[in-house]
Structure formats: structure tokens, C-alpha cells
Design a protein around this ligand. Structure first.
Ligand SMILES: [Zn+2]
Ligand SMILES: [Zn+2]
Ligand SMILES: [Zn+2]
Ligand SMILES: [Zn+2]
Ligand SMILES: [Zn+2]
Ligand SMILES: [Zn+2]
Ligand SMILES: [Zn+2]
Ligand SMILES: [Zn+2]
Length: 467
């Protein structure tokens, strides 16, 4: 049913965006469809032995290895980037999207007057990111001590905040090494995981949300529309104290306000403190600025993190809510419940709440066999629900005496790694048949005994089987 929902959101002109761009976005949709990404390698290898992603029919989980889909290295064709899809959908940034698509790495920030007519976007920076951005490592490595013979090394970043080699190089140095999205490095993989985790595509597009019922489509559309108009933004990488007028938005009022605030705090004009760690950011340092609404917030590049998960905000894309900055996932989680089964937001009024989590009715199901558990008994293990049959089959302990499974509602006795039914027939002295529940006992070669006397009696009765 969700497959025939019409793509209303994408056809609506938004911030003057060329509808072709959204068709492009839609065209790429089948890239993300269910069967694509099949066979992608699991990043948890070699601990996880996955033969390649085999996606469950509604869980965002690999049937082969049990890891999440975002833990697999899903490669999109044509070097298409997850972030470009999100930006295309949520910013309607026509210029950006077109240029990046035609000439990767060649994009220059343009005059933003054409978006000025839209007052809602005018205070926020438009995306200036570049993808697969090539530069040489010596572009600004002059401070590297003793290396007079400048070795030029070509480096390529999967993402860079803006096409400015000097700023990019200084910005990257502010990040931990494994968070720098250098192509071919762990940092690039980290970025990909963060993209999938922080910016679920099914949160920002009706087409991708497979489990939104027809009657709730409008709610999702309104949610997306509000994100576009009021919530999403990109932090801008700047050098503190440097006039950033050349980037486009010229807010005279803000400058006066800034210097007054600075004077009050005893800071030099331009200096500010990091909103996260509160340490002073001096002129010349690299910072990430957010011009959301009228106030400017500044962060150390490594402090610009989601308030909830504390991950670095991927590509500096933030969601602003009640004066705080979140990743897309944790912004949405504050407004709607998220299904613990399929990971999509739940817009329906009625859903299952179990195990302190929310589930679509149909997705509160056995983790092994997908049997719908609504109204039936179930067991949990590692926070996943199981039907009784599967639980018995996979996790129930075997009684050491009668060799049958101990049911989840049967009383059990445990001793180290050995288990019994807590019943007289299964927990008695092998010799005198005394009930041993609650009494002292000995365990010898899987035989229960009440005393050394019974052990001696047993041994004399069984000359060829000595305990
Ligand atoms: Zn896998
Ligand atoms: Zn895996
Ligand atoms: Zn900081
Ligand atoms: Zn988060
Ligand atoms: Zn679900
Ligand atoms: Zn089951
Ligand atoms: Zn038993
Ligand atoms: Zn005995």
C-alpha cells in the first residue's frame, strides 16, 4: 500500500527549487530501494562473518549477520552521496545540487540573493559543501616542524565544508583523525555510518517511508515541510574574527550586537565562546557557526555534536529544536515515536508500546520467525522479543536429568552451567531418591547425591561406573 503513495512533497515547488532536481532525487530512489545495497560488506568484519548484506523484508537489519543496515558499507552508484540526497530533499538548494552533480568539487558559493525573497531561509546559511574534494596535503602544512622539503601528497575528502583549501585543511586538523572523511580511510567509513544513522532517508521523504499508512501521509508531509522551513541548517566553517561578509548574508544589526556582547564579556571583537565547552575561541581559530534565527552560535569543530547521541553532526548538518542542535534522528525522536522494529517514525495514533519501546502493530514480532506477537505471550532476550516456540528452540536450557527443555514459565535450578527442572523427579538423589530441592547436594558426573554415604552405596551397586 505504501508503494502507491503519490510523491506530493517532491512536486511542490519549494524555495524556488527546480522540480527537475527533485525528480533527480526520485530517480535515484531505486538506488535506495530495498534490493539495492544487497551484498554490501559488513563493517564489523572480521568479528562478524557476513557474506554480504541481505536485508530483512522490513527490519533495517541484515539477515546474514544480524548487524544493522547502516553497519554495512552501502555504496550508491555514480558516486552519489547520501548527504546530497538529504540536502536536495530538505534544502531545495538548486544551485548547489546542480553544480555538485555536474562538476564534483568545482562548486563555488554563489550570491544568495536569489533565495533572499524567502525570509525563512535568509538567516540560515545555504549548503556550501563539496564532495570528493581533492587537494594537496601541503596546501597549508607550512607549520609542520622541520619539513622543509615540502612533500606534496594528494588527498581527497569525501566531504569538505566548502571549497577553500586553506580553511578545509585547518578545519580537518580540528577533528579527531578517525573523523576526517579522507577517502579510503576509517574516517570516510565513519562518515558513511553517521550519515545513515543521523539522517534516515525515511524521515525526510514519503516514498522512503514504507510503513506510513495512507491516512498519516499528510502528517509526515507536514513534518518534512516544517523541517525544511524551520529546523534544518548547516553549520558554517569560519575563521573566528574574520569578516565573513563574502559568504553572502550581510546582517548589519548582528555585527553591532556581536561587538556589544563581546565588550560585555571582556572579549576582543570576534572572539566568542564555544556553546558546547564554554572555552574562549580566539581570533584566527577555526569554528563552526550557526545562524539560526537571529542569534549566532559558535562551536569548536569537534564540539559541534548532537545533544542526544553526542556524535559529531555529520557534514555539520543540524536540526534546531528548543535552542539546541540535534542530528536528524534525535530531532525526530522528540516529536514522534520510532518503531523499534523497522526504525521508521510512527505517525499513527495507535501503536504497540512494549518493552519500553514503540512498535508498529505488525512490527512487534518475533525476532526469529516474524510471528506477530500482539496479544500473545513472548519472551525477551538481548532486548528483542521472541515467540515462545523460538525462545524454547534457541535459548531454553536443557534439564541435566531429564534432558528436555526447561520452558520459560517452568521453575529452574541452576548450578554453575548446569540446569534442572525445579521438581522432585528431576532433582533427587540418584541413590536414595530423596528430594534435594533446598538441600545440600553433590554433583558427580551428572549424578545428584545427598551424601557421601549415598555415593559409597551407589559405587558399590555400580562396580563399573564409579562416581
Ligand atoms: Zn551483514
Ligand atoms: Zn555484520
Ligand atoms: Zn568547544
Ligand atoms: Zn543524535
Ligand atoms: Zn515498524
Ligand atoms: Zn518465533
Ligand atoms: Zn527435568
Ligand atoms: Zn541419598
Amino acid at each position: 500500500m505504501a508503494d502507491v503513495v503519490s510523491p506530493v512533497v517532491d512536486e511542490k515547488p519549494c524555495f524556488g527549487a527546480n522540480p527537475q532536481i527533485f525528480k533527480l532525487g526520485l530517480g535515484k530512489q531505486h538506488i535506495l530501494a530495498h534490493d539495492i545495497g544487497q551484498g554490501s560488506q559488513c563493517r564489523n568484519e572480521p568479528t562478524c562473518r557476513c557474506e554480504g548484506l541481505d536485508l530483512h523484508f522490513w527490519r533495517k537489519m541484515c539477515k546474514n549477520c544480524g548487524c544493522r543496515m547502516d553497519e554495512h558499507d552501502v555504496v550508491l552508484p555514480n558516486e552519489f552521496d547520501h548527504a546530497q540526497i538529504v540536502i536536495g530533499r530538505l534544502f531545495g538548494a538548486r544551485e548547489h545540487f546542480e553544480k555538485v552533480l555536474t562538476k564534483p568539487g568545482m562548486y563555488k558559493p554563489t550570491d544568495q540573493n536569489d533565495t533572499k525573497e524567502n525570509n525563512m531561509m535568509s538567516t540560515r546559511s545555504q549548503p556550501t559543501a563539496v564532495y570528493n574534494y581533492k587537494m594537496t596535503s601541503s596546501d597549508s602544512e607550512s607549520e609542520k616542524e622541520g619539513s622543509n622539503n615540502k612533500k606534496k601528497e594528494n588527498v581527497k575528502y569525501a566531504w569538505a565544508p566548502l571549497p577553500d583549501k586553506d580553511l578545509v585543511s585547518r578545519y580537518m586538523k580540528c577533528l579527531p583523525e578517525d573523523e576526517r572523511p579522507l577517502v579510503g580511510s576509517k574516517g570516510e567509513q565513519n562518515r558513511k555510518s553517521r550519515l545513515q544513522f543521523q539522517l534516515p532517508l525515511y524521515d525526510c521523504n514519503v516514498e522512503d517511508a514504507r510503513f506510513v499508512e495512507e491516512k498519516d501521509v499528510k502528517t509526515l508531509q507536514n513534518f518534512v515541510e516544517n523541517v525544511r522551513n524551520n529546523v534544518i541548517g548547516v553549520g558554517r566553517v569560519v575563521e573566528i574574527g574574520k569578516d565573513s561578509d563574502n559568504y553572502g548574508d550581510n546582517e548589519d544589526g548582528n555585527d553591532i550586537e556581536k561587538s556589544m556582547n563581546a565588550a560585555l564579556k571582556g572579549l576582543k571583537v570576534g572572539e566568542t565562546d564555544c556553546k558546547d565547552c564554554s572555552e574562549i575561541m580566539k581570533n584566527g581559530e577555526i569554528g563552526v557557526e550557526c545562524h539560526h534565527h537571529t542569534k549566532t552560535d559558535t562551536y569548536h569543530p569537534n564540539c559541534f555534536r548532537c545533544e542526544t547521541c553526542r556524535q559529531l553532526l555529520v557534514d555539520n548538518i543540524y536540526f534546531f529544536y528548543k535552542n539546541k542542535y540535534y542530528c536528524g534522528r534525535h530531532y525526530a525522536d522528540q516529536l514522534y515515536p520510532r518503531c523499534a522494529g523497522c526504525d521508521e517514525l510512527i505517525f499513527a495514533n495507535e501503536y504497540t508500546f512494549a518493552e519500553e519501546k514503540s512498535w508498529h502493530f505488525d512490527h512487534f514480532a518475533c525476532y526469529k520467525c516474524d510471528f506477530k506477537l500482539g496479544g500473545s505471550r513472548y519472551m525477551t532476550r538481548d532486548e528483542n522479543p521472541f515467540c515462545l516456540d523460538c525462545y524454547l528452540k534457541h535459548f531454553a536450557k536443557t534439564c541435566d536429568t531429564c534432558q528436555s527443555k526447561i520452558g520459560p514459565d517452568e521453575k529452574r535450578l541452576n548450578y554453575n552451567e548446569t540446569h534442572w527442572h525445579a521438581e522432585e523427579r528431576c532433582f533427587q538423589c540418584v541413590q536414595c531418591k530423596m528430594n534435594l530441592i533446598g538441600k545440600k547436594f553433590m554433583l558427580k558426573s551428572h549424578k545428584l547425591l545427598c551424601s557421601s554415604q549415598c555415593k559409597a552405596n551407589y559405587n558399590s551397586a555400580h562396580p563399573d561406573y564409579q562416581l
